[in-house]
Design a protein around this ligand. Structure first.
Ligand code: GDP
Ligand code: ZN
Length: 325
């Protein structure tokens, strides 16, 4: 019997892909090591479906045998992370990405028609760590005058509270330079329902990545998945993106109502002036948020979405992103 020498060394790398049970870890040398997890990892008080996520910096033992495989032993402290409620397991959360500089959320008014409440639900996921977000309206080539007016209105609402809004199209190439500029030298989580043109947009500004896109003729409007797992890609002009699977539903049953109140940034600032320090800005007397709403200082869209998220949590609902499914 021949005994092979087993070489084990300890290395540090970045998780660039997670497929559920295997994680691809990229070392500084550029080498990619398929790795598994050993031990238990927890995320504060939550149960997580994936204890390690794309973006994590990890220490791993590397066994150089016939195949080189790694065992993740330790996760470095995270600068931030984005979680969503697991679409399948109600009492679990799913880590979308960690250690990001910013997020880009892509939406479309047409083909598919995304409910505008998606924006506030997305922002609720990024706000706990004050992650900067750019809201991208893609497929603006399909817009008619009323759509353009609507985008202008949304732009005013969200830019007034510190979020960026971009309009893009791979057909007219509008906004592509701005999107590229936004991504340059940053690590960006990119998200959206499938079909909104996420892969097309990435390919338009970084053709070398050659992400899979789906033809509109194959696209039923129901949002099939082209991306199944989160994956990090390096951009040739500098920066990295984390491509994530298309989102269909969002639930926030892992949150307390007060968490929602704290993560609507302009409500939170005003809440200092509410009579009750646990004010949920619904029917409480002397509520600064409701006063601001009446004065037009707070957007009615934001407030309605806020109430609807509270209601969904109370009803333990999942919220469907697309209209007319
Ligand atoms: P993903 O699922 O979000 O990655 O979407 P894809 O990139 O696969 O695009 C879905 C469909 O939308 C494809 O048929 C694209 O050609 C089309 N598409 C993407 N961007 C645009 C756009 O700016 N305008 C129009 N009219 N169609 C687009
Ligand atoms: Zn209040």
């Amino acid at each position: 019997m021949k005994l092979k020498p087993l070489v084990i060394n300890m290395e540090t790398g970045t998780v660039i892909k997670s497929t559920g049970s295997w994680y691809n870890v990229k070392l500084d040398s550029g080498e990619i090591i398929p790795s598994r997890i050993k031990g238990k990892f927890r995320l504060d008080d939550f149960k997580v479906t994936n204890p390690v996520a794309v973006g994590d910096i990890v220490d791993l033992d590397i066994e150089k045998d016939e195949d080189t495989v790694g065992t993740i032993k330790n996760i470095h402290p995270r600068v931030n992370y984005v979680v969503r409620q697991s679409p399948r397991k109600k009492h679990f959360v799913h880590l979308m990405a960690t250690n990001i500089d910013q997020a880009v959320v892509i939406i479309t008014l047409k083909e598919p028609t995304i409910k505008i409440g998606f924006i506030d639900r997305f922002l609720l996921m990024t706000e706990p760590y004050s992650i900067p977000v750019t809201i991208v309206f893609n497929k603006v080539d399909l817009h008619e005058k009323e759509d353009e007016d609507f985008v202008e209105y949304i732009k005013a609402v969200y830019s007034s509270i510190g979020y960026s809004v971009l309009e893009t199209s791979i057909v007219s190439e509008e906004g592509l330079d701005e999107l590229k500029e936004t991504l340059k030298d940053k690590t960006t989580l990119i998200s959206g329902q499938s079909g909104v043109g996420k892969s097309s947009l990435v390919n338009a500004i970084a053709p070398e990545l050659d992400l899979k896109t789906q033809d509109i003729s194959e696209y039923s409007g129901k949002g099939q998945h082209t991306t199944t797992f989160a994956e990090m890609f390096e951009l040739s002009f500098g920066g990295r993106i984390i491509d994530t699977p298309g989102i269909k539903t969002l639930g926030f049953n892992h949150l307390e109502l007060m968490d929602v109140a704290h993560n609507f940034r302009e409500f939170f600032i005003l809440s200092e002036d509410c009579k009750f320090n646990n004010c949920l800005h619904r029917n409480e007397p002397k509520c600064a948020v409701k006063e601001a709403l009446e004065n037009g200082e707070i957007s009615a869209i934001r407030y309605e979405n806020y109430l609807s998220i509270l209601q969904d949590i109370e009803d333990q609902n999942y919220w469907e992103i697309q209209k007319d499914i």
